[in-house]
Design a protein around this ligand. Structure first.
Ligand SMILES: [Zn+2]
Length: 268
């Protein structure tokens, strides 16, 4: 039974599997898979009203943002430190421009911005639609194209609508960089016991769906940092980025930068 269109590629999405939850007011959640790009989404979450969705998030997220450990993601703070180091290194190499402001979209408690400040003089503004953020917070309106670097960590899996994805991308300047931390796989397993099926996760990206998405958005190539689980997407031509990466990797030492045209499909 065809139900709807994939929010990434507009392909037909079909019922894939369901999972029964017993907390946060959820019961049976229905997951659909795109026949074309493999993107999986929860139709149950997509059908929620804004009020229901906000209530679910408030109930789930009230637990951990200020604590040292999120029980569903024990490596959280160690990964944020690694992300800050990788971002600072990339900026040093000239891979991320800093003529315009940088923003952490859905920054939560501002942990990444703070980590970046500990290892560099770079300013990453905190923005969160649902939370009061610590300094440095975005003080102006969210203007399209106003940012040379827009990073989101653990955000894409919470997206319910295509417009919300496009709103994040629209912030990136014409030669800017997008940073992304989310889970991407070759295939999303049809398994109700899969660890990633949290009550607030509703979008699950495959390598193919990410390839489609960043091409639609006009990104030419991407770097993946394994240690910090972070992608950088570049609008600049592949050859320009490749020149920088070749120099970095030619010097040896730290782990090489992994670069690919289109989406770097590291997890297969
Ligand atoms: Zn699709």
């Amino acid at each position: 039974m065809e139900s709807n269109r994939c929010l990434v590629c507009s392909g037909p999405s079909f019922s894939y599997f369901s999972k029964r939850f017993s907390a946060f007011g959820l019961s049976v959640v229905e997951y659909y898979r795109c026949a074309r790009c493999g993107f999986v989404h929860s139709q149950t979450h997509a059908d929620m009203s804004e009020e229901e969705w906000s209530a679910l998030n408030a109930a789930y997220h009230s637990g951990y943002q200020s604590l040292e450990h999120n029980p569903d993601d024990p490596r959280w703070l160690a990964r944020i430190d690694a992300q800050a180091a990788f971002i600072a290194d990339s900026a040093n190499r000239g891979l991320i421009p800093a003529g315009r402001a940088w923003i952490d979209y859905a920054a939560g408690g501002g942990q990444l911005s703070a980590a970046l400040r500990r290892v560099s003089s770079l300013t990453l503004l905190n923005f969160d639609r649902y939370m009061q953020c610590p300094e440095p917070a975005l003080r102006t309106a969210l203007m399209p194209g106003a940012f040379d670097f827009v990073i989101s960590t653990s955000v894409f899996e919470h997206i319910r609508k295509r417009a919300d994805l496009d709103a994040i991308n629209a912030l990136v300047s014409s030669h800017g960089v997008m940073g992304l931390h989310t889970l991407v796989r070759e295939e999303i397993p049809a398994d109700p016991d899969w660890f990633y099926l949290l009550p607030v996760h509703c979008s699950f990206f495959t390598n193919q769906s990410m390839e489609v998405l960043i091409r639609q958005w006009g990104y030419q190539c991407s770097i993946y940092d394994v240690e910090s689980r972070l992608w950088l997407f570049f609008k600049r031509p592949f050859e320009e980025i490749e020149c920088v990466v070749d120099v970095v990797n030619g010097r040896g030492g730290k782990a090489p930068y992994l670069l690919k045209q289109g989406f770097f499909d590291y997890w297969k």
